[in-house]
Design a protein around this ligand. Structure first.
Ligand SMILES: [Cu+2]
Length: 402
């Protein structure tokens, strides 16, 4: 249950073979524990049941609170003769990919293909590899990676990034259906069989072709404690040959891929190749299962919430965000869990921010505040302050996750 985005990383252990793809997934991700690529690993049934229910209860509570807040605000403005801009009537509902119709799934991937067919706004002097509108988003993510991960802007930036990407799908490529997200834990046992990744014409394409390979070893972040994290190999590894993105050409990167060299111009150069994927239950089952996501939801302050989401350096965990990354080799985001978490205690959490403006505060930088400005470069959007992106039901946003 988390939205996802396109991106990259550098110092991060995130390895992003297919940033490209991520963007499309802007709204999806899950996982949990394992070792081989056998596909037989399961979350323990009893634990799954209990934790899934607890997570469900959180989600219901969050929704109730959000609706009550919306209604109260509408009432308040009405008394003053004003009209609320975000109400139950125009609220956008983001849905699990498997819950939207096949027609909408197809329309969604068509819209992503459409973005990939339009010319980039990014000047080639800035990122020679950015050829398409889709690449604009990937390039921005590569560019800003040192400031938007393990930083105070992490959650807000990815929320805005996801939203602007969706606006592009709607306004530039005429997508009219609901915005889908990837329900991480729901498909953690077997992401390759999920409606998102099963490779049929309604999916976001399937796994890469199977190439026997070892797992990925992630070195600790620079300056961070701990041993390398070993990720189980997935069931793919080669080029994606099924579904809507079977002929997709990835232009940018790679960035911070453990077993590959950095792409030209720091990942911003032109480096055309096929879209590769390597997912399987190993990583997903370990890091995006119901227990893992519930663990995040139980964090009481924003610092621990976002740290656990990304995986605390030295903890041996990549967190659900990292698990989603490694499951799809893309950016899973985390807006869904953040949105839920905020709604569980709005008075304390709505405007809570923790961290500085650089990755793990390297180099040292100022604390992120509500006044901190973010932007998405050539991807789109405007300069916007953190203050204006803290709520998903205040302008410019008006959405919830179901
Ligand atoms: Cu990211």
């Amino acid at each position: 249950m988390l939205p996802s985005t396109p991106f990259s990383s550098e110092t991060l252990f995130m390895r992003v073979t297919s940033f490209a793809f991520l963007a499309s997934l802007l709204a999806l991700l899950p996982f949990s524990s394992a070792v081989s690529a056998s596909g037989s690993i399961k979350q323990p049934e009893d634990v799954l049941g209990e934790d899934a229910q607890a997570l469900n209860a959180f989600q219901q509570q969050a929704l109730d609170t959000t609706f009550a807040t919306l209604d109260a605000e509408e009432e308040r403005l009405k008394k003053r003769g004003e009209t609320a801009s975000c109400t139950r009537q125009n609220l956008e509902i983001r849905l699990d990919y498997g819950s939207i119709s096949k027609k909408d799934r197809k329309a969604y991937s068509d819209a992503v293909l459409c973005l990939q067919s339009k010319t980039a706004n990014t000047p080639s002097s800035h990122a020679p590899g950015a050829k398409t509108r889709y690449d604009d988003f990937v390039a921005t993510h590569i560019d800003q990676t040192p400031f938007i991960h393990y930083s105070g802007t992490f959650l807000g930036w990815h929320r805005y990034f996801t939203w602007v990407y969706e606006q592009a799908l709607r306004t530039e490529c005429d997508y009219q259906g609901p915005i889908p997200y990837w329900d991480w834990p729901k498909y953690a046992n077997s992401p390759q069989d999920s409606p998102i990744f099963n490779g049929d014409e309604y999916s976001m394409s399937g796994n890469g072709e199977y190439i026997p390979h070892a797992g990925t070893v992630l070195s600790p972040l620079p300056g961070a404690p701990g041993d390398p994290i070993v990720l189980a190999p997935g069931l793919g590894g080669g080029c994606v040959k099924t579904g809507p993105f079977k002929d997709m050409q990835v232009n940018l990167g790679p960035v911070a891929l453990p077993n590959a060299t950095l792409g030209p111009s720091g990942g911003l150069g032109y480096n055309p190749r096929c879209l590769k994927r390597d997912f399987g239950p190993g990583v997903a089952v370990k890091f995006t299962n119901y227990s893992a996501v519930l663990h995040i939801m139980k964090q009481q302050d924003i610092a621990s919430f976002q740290l656990e989401l990304q995986g605390a350096p030295g903890s041996g965990s990549v967190g659900p965000h990292g698990g989603g990354h490694y499951t799809i080799n893309g950016d899973p985001g985390g807006d869904l869990v953040w949105t839920l978490w905020q709604a569980l205690d709005p008075s304390n959490r709505q405007n809570a921010i923790s961290g500085t403006n650089t990755l793990l505060n390297q180099p040292p930088s100022e604390n992120t505040t509500l006044d901190t400005q973010i932007n998405l470069g050539h991807a789109g959007g405007t300069n916007i302050s953190m203050r204006d992106i803290m709520s998903t039901t205040k302008c410019p946003f008006c959405y919830v996750y179901l």
